[in-house]
Design a binder for this molecule. Structure first.
Ligand code: ADP
Length: 501
């Protein structure tokens, strides 16, 4: 079912998509913002405006939530069989797979990542997520429960549980994997029978909107998926606070995650959060050191370090510290940084001017704190939002560059001597999203995996994602788990039914 689109056809389709201001999807129709406003989305490789997009705010969110409410409470969606619901989700995966080139191209233009990465990772992972979740639609089972009820002696009961969709779901997603984050959110919500209002990040709204076209083509009933682009402080905040929303699912910064929790208190909607990280990646001297060097480099430089789970604190056992750090620095220097559309590019620009400023600011802070760059350390070029892949040494745990999430291609390398003392140091973070371990000693690896306070631990690998593998954070990295069967708990609720026989 792979696409057979020619390069000329692809260019024409992408040009057509970018040409007109993009509308929002509410109740099965493509509409302008009620205010009539649009906002620009930029090509981060050039800093130029890529497209104009309808700017949703509280009024549009209200219309979208009401459409989702109607679709959930009284639309045909709730009467579909589980099998038919699953088939729609699977059909969406098929359509997405057929349009892989358009999605990959648009993702690269809007986000900056290399086209090869969007094509090999972002879009196929999104396809796989829809397929994996499609299968769950028919497997959301309750249980029968033998109950005893001591205060009604002699009575018999038939008790069972139902797993029901949680209702209308607001989903707010970030810009680092725009399509994939939409898939992580939409696929389980739809498989579980929820209806959705999705707000993409203002920096990267385009692939979610293109996905909206496929959602319509697949035949989802009107109002089941509504997509409202707009800014966080307006559209996002209105969605998080809306009284008719039953649940809000958010991926983004820890700071905004806390605002979401506050906004959700009005109607005590359910909240799930996938937030920031400052993940330790630990290399022991008994590891396959060459593999660890490659793994440590990709742990931080994949997606330009714009991953919540990036391996940004590199702990290396002292006897191999110099070798590992020199190896990672050598890899950093070899990374070809450029426009994601250019063949051969390994690393594209950061997503926005703001993000570039943030990363450069942290580089300055790091140098002032006494860190030194073994590779990189500064902005690259005059046009676009490029920064050098950077390896910092002479870092200490209390430095801001070691404690705070930079969300860019900057790793802080720190030696350790005693594996025992490593655990508290690796856990010395407000975050707990992910961790990496490199060793050939499997007992040590599993002991450490158990001691690390992180939602994901990768052993002799890093950044391995699968639709079946739950992902989420300990501590201030979040609430709840996405993907795998764990995520079904976020989009269903249990009803206990008890009958006296
Ligand atoms: P980043 O700092 O990496 O841009 P954010 O956490 O600010 O990440 O953004 C992630 C998502 O949260 C985006 O869709 C953004 O629009 C949204 N957002 C930002 N601020 C708010 C807010 N106050 N309420 C709801 N959503 C918000």
């Amino acid at each position: 079912m792979a696409t057979t689109i020619s390069p000329a056809q692809l260019d024409a389709r992408v040009a057509e998509f970018l040409d007109k201001p993009r509308k929002m999807l509410i109740d099965g129709k493509w509409v302008d913002a009620i205010s009539g406003k649009t906002f620009p989305t930029y090509n981060p490789a050039t800093g130029e405006v890529l497209a104009q997009v309808a700017e949703g705010d509280a009024a549009d969110i209200d219309a979208a939530v009401k459409a989702a409410r109607r679709a959930f409470d009284s639309g045909p969606w709730s009467r579909l069989t589980a099998s038919d619901r699953g088939k729609l989700v699977w059909k969406l995966a098929d359509l997405l797979e057929r349009h892989i080139e358009e999605f990959a191209t648009l993702e690269t233009l809007d986000n900056g990542k290399p086209l090869t990465v969007a094509r090999a990772a972002d879009v196929p992972l999104a396809v796989d997520m829809f397929r994996y979740m499609a299968g769950w639609a028919t497997k959301l089972e309750g249980t029968t429960i033998p109950i005893s009820v001591p205060y009604t002696p002699g009575a018999n009961y038939h008790a069972y549980t139902l797993r029901e969709p949680v209702g209308v779901v607001g989903q707010i997603i970030p810009w680092n994997f725009p399509l994939l984050m939409a898939a992580w959110k939409l696929a389980p919500a739809l498989a579980c029978g929820c209806t959705v209002v999705l707000k993409p990040a203002e920096q990267t709204p385009l692939t979610a909107l293109l996905l909206g076209e496929l959602i319509q083509e697949a035949g989802f009933p009107d109002g089941v998926v509504n997509i409202v682009p707009g800014y966080g402080e307006t559209a996002g905040a209105a969605l998080a606070a809306h009284d008719l929303v039953d649940k809000i699912a958010f991926t983004g910064s820890t700071e905004v995650g806390k605002l979401i929790v506050h906004a959700a208190t009005g109607n005590l909607k359910k909240v799930s959060l996938e937030l920031g990280g400052k993940s330790p990646n630990v290399v022991f001297q008994d590891s396959d050191v060459e593999a660890a060097i490659g793994g440590a480099a990709s742990a931080i430089f994949f997606n330009h370090g714009q991953c919540c789970c990036a391996g940004s604190r590199l702990y290396v056992e002292r006897p191999v510290f110099d070798r590992v750090v020199e190896g990672v620095a050598a890899k950093a220097k070899k990374i070809k940084v450029g426009s994601g559309m250019e063949p051969g590019t390994h690393m594209g620009p950061l997503v926005s001017e703001e993000q570039l400023q943030r990363v450069c600011n942290y580089l300055e802070i790091g140098m002032k704190e006494g860190a030194t760059a073994m590779a990189g350390g500064k902005k690259l070029g005059e046009k676009g939002y490029f920064v050098e892949p950077t390896v910092l040494v002479n870092t200490k745990e209390d430095m801001r560059v070691v404690q705070e999430e930079i969300f860019g291609p900057v790793v802080a390398a720190i030696p350790f001597d005693d594996p025992e003392e490593l655990v508290p140091r690796a856990n010395n973070s407000m975050y707990g999203l992910a961790a990496g371990i490199w060793t050939k000693d499997i007992s040590k690896a599993h002991r450490l995996a158990s001691a690390l306070r992180a939602g994901t631990v990768w052993i002799n690998c890093y950044n391995i994602f699968d639709a079946a593998l739950p992902f989420g954070g300990y501590k201030q990295s979040g609430w709840g788990r996405e993907m795998g069967k764990d995520v079904l708990n976020l989009y269903t609720q249990t009803k206990a039914v008890c009958t006296r026989l």
